[in-house]
Design a protein around this ligand. Structure first.
Ligand code: ACO
Length: 385
């Protein structure tokens, strides 16, 4: 083998951070994540002062323009989204050509890619963002219904963004309580600093790629279970536990096998995730009481067991834990949880894409080379072409 000391002399060992922990890779004025103080702030507004209650259109307005709209819901964003919800026939046909067997997450990832028809360029425009925010749920709900053998349901101009999503999925008048809970969820998930998917989106934009392509890359990143792919796993956990009395044994056996407890832990929050606290409150209003009791039992013993095993780590429940309880209570199947997260995040992704382009520098980190040192010889003669 090769000489390890020589390898070390070749490495760029300065400022290395596995997982990029603590690395500041840019500046933003869109949202601030207070990981030590349990804060999430949009453009200076504490989300606790906005949610529940604020229409998603107004949150999107705040994220996109930096200031609140004159009235709620934002007439500017509502009007733009209503107009953009009319999807061109060619795009509808392309969406309808997707296999009905394609799982929801993969379908949405493909739909985001379809949106990028070559006309989206660099720098990203607000109109691109409106298309991303408005057309993704139209095409996605259509795919979900087609997969169930149901006819498409067209959006209605008099409904808000979140009510329209439920209407297009379910095909009946959306229940106001469910719309309120889902609206709060959309508001809370609309942006979150430099999380992995937003980071990937900003890297793509930094290369002068377009918003549809960047959002496709972002969703591919959101999908993972360590990020936005966790809430469906939380439902599987709750189903497997079955009743509160089983939680202690189930959780400890799972951790003893070295498996993760989904919905716990966060890279940024070393205290309560404020979104999780608000979603827990919403769950108290909308969830089946028995399901909520089960979730609370799993949360309690999960935290106890994780803190025993990792006393230094400061582990709390993350946003995905009560996301699972709330989205389930709204009636969404687990397969729709992560796509719904992504649809809520489209406003934040748009704001970040525009912000990145407004003061761009190509993002290109280093990687420390730990392979064989220069100087190895190929074992056979290489004949020139
Ligand atoms: N289950 C089991 N062990 C855990 C969990 C968990 N949920 N969370 C942390 N740990 C362990 C880690 O494996 C690590 O163990 P080690 O020291 O033996 O390697 C120790 O606790 C310390 O972990 P941290 O350094 O605090 O965690 P990190 O910042 O690397 O990871 C993450 C954060 C990925 C979210 C992690 O907590 C996790 O895997 N959680 C479960 C998946 C999940 O819920 N993801 C959704 C996150 S929210 C979002 O992205 C929208």
């Amino acid at each position: 083998m090769w000489d390890r000391r020589a390898v070390l002399t070749m490495g760029t060992t300065q400022r290395r951070s596995e997982g990029l922990e603590g690395v500041v890779a840019g500046r933003t004025s869109i949202s601030w994540v207070g990981g030590e103080s349990s804060d999430l702030v949009y453009r200076g507004y504490d989300v606790r002062d906005l949610v529940p209650g604020l229409p998603y259109e107004s949150v999107a307005h705040l994220l996109l323009f930096g200031e609140p709209p004159a009235v709620d819901p934002s007439p500017v964003v509502s009007g733009a989204l209503t107009g953009a919800r009319t999807v061109p026939a060619t795009l509808l046909a392309e969406g309808d050509a997707l296999s009905t067997g394609l799982p929801p997450l993969e379908a949405l990832r493909t739909i985001l890619s379809l949106l990028g028809d070559g006309s989206w360029g660099y720098p990203p425009r607000l109109e691109d963002g409106y298309r991303l925010i408005a057309q993704s749920p139209v095409l996605f709900a259509r795919h979900v219904r087609r997969s169930l053998g149901r006819p498409p349901v067209l959006p209605r101009p008099e409904l808000g963004h979140v009510a329209n999503y439920l209407w297009m999925l379910e095909g009946h008048e959306p229940d106001p309580g469910k719309v309120g809970a889902l609206e709060a969820y959309f508001d809370l998930l609309a942006d979150h600093g430099m999380n992995p998917s937003t980071f990937v989106l900003r890297i793509a934009i930094s290369t002068h790629s377009d918003l549809a392509s960047a959002a496709t890359a972002a969703l591919a990143t959101l999908k993972g279970e360590l990020h936005g792919g966790a809430p469906g796993r939380v439902v599987e956990m709750l189903d497997a536990v079955g009743e509160p009395g089983n939680a202690e044994r189930w959780v400890r056996e799972r951790l003893a096998r070295g498996e993760l407890l989904y919905g716990f832990g966060h890279r940024a929050y070393k205290t309560d995730d404020p979104r999780g606290l608000l979603l827990h409150e919403i769950a108290r209003r909308v969830a089946d009481p028995a399901r909520l009791r089960l979730a609370e039992a799993v949360e309690r013993v999960g935290l106890e067991a994780l803190r025993e095993r990792h006393p230094q780590a400061r582990i709390f429940a993350n946003v995905e834990f009560y996301t699972a309880v709330v989205l389930e209570a709204i009636g969404l199947p687990p397969g729709l949880f992560t796509p719904t997260f992504a649809l809520a995040r489209t406003a934040g992704w748009t704001a970040h894409a525009i912000e990145q382009a407004s003061d761009n520098r190509l993002m290109r980190p280093e990687i420390e080379y730990v392979g064989a040192p220069k100087g190895r010889r190929w074992p056979r003669p290489i004949a020139p072409n």
